[in-house]
Design a protein around this ligand. Structure first.
Ligand code: SAH
Length: 242
């Protein structure tokens, strides 16, 4: 079937040997190649199998479908991007999640990272400031019947105080400093993984461990993420009704 979740795949056939691969086989071959690349950098088999089970093409915007299994970030609308698969895999591994954990995610975006987390933990609470992105992500969670994902439109700097504390927090937009209110919502002994740094400048993924009286931070690897932005976007003015 030349379709992914009801969408046509605008893929050219890939010549291989004597035959030409169908668009689905082409995508499958690219997926296998990416999976091999991930295995060179990520050892946690639970994380690898979660990425293998979540179809990234379902989260990618139509014009980029054939790039679904490139190891690259891709545009998703509202000036945002779906994260690079290797970065999703490494951040998820570094978060060290179990199926007992309640996880807070800031920056739902396409919902891809959320779906990966949902396979590995008890429940994911995910916050996004762009309503149109959140709506699309929610439709994907419903279509995939991910029952342990709860969403909220809002400014992730505020976290989700009613549900705190969280054993794990993952932020997928770069803050200039570690957001204080998120640390406050981390359980004692909990971990937060987040990119820190200026937009377009040097950023790195940091892991924060919360102790009773202090936090301990650790630098993990360099990255480039879209910025974590304060507040909600301006809504377009409503059309006048005549
Ligand atoms: N994890 C997402 C990555 C999306 S990019 C994915 O795999 O698709 C980062 C997302 O963080 C964007 O959607 C952006 O709108 C969102 N974001 C940025 N600042 C935010 C904030 N203060 N609160 C909530 N979401 C925020």
């Amino acid at each position: 079937m030349n379709e992914v979740f009801g969408r046509m795949l605008p893929l050219g056939g890939l010549a291989e040997g004597e035959g030409v691969l169908s668009p689905e086989d082409h995508l499958k071959a690219l997926k296998a190649r990416l999976q091999m690349e991930l295995r060179r950098h990520v050892s946690d088999t639970r994380v690898l199998s979660a990425l293998e089970r979540i179809p990234r093409e379902f989260f990618v915007a139509d014009p980029f479908l054939h790039h679904s299994y490139d190891n690259a970030a891709l545009p998703i609308g509202c000036g945002q991007t779906i994260s690079q698969p290797l970065v999703v895999a490494r951040m998820t591994q570094d978060l060290d999640i179990t199926d007992r954990h309640k996880v807070l995610e800031i920056g739902t975006g396409s919902g891809y990272q959320t779906a990966v987390l949902s396979r590995l933990c008890r429940r994911v609470y995910t916050v996004e400031r762009h309503a149109p992105l959140l709506k699309e992500a929610e439709a994907r969670f419903a279509a995939m019947t991910l029952r342990n994902v709860v969403t909220r439109e809002g400014d992730g700097h505020k976290g989700w105080p009613e549900q705190a504390p969280f054993e794990r927090i993952l932020v997928t937009a770069a803050a200039e400093d570690i957001p204080r209110r998120l640390v406050d919502q981390l359980a004692v002994g909990g971990l937060m993984v987040l990119p820190v740094g200026r937009e377009g400048g040097d950023q790195e993924v940091i892991r924060v461990r919360r102790h009773e009286t202090h936090i301990q931070t650790e630098s993990l690897f360099p990255v480039r993420f879209v910025p974590m932005v304060e507040g909600l976007p301006d809504r377009p003015p409503r059309a006048a009704v005549w």
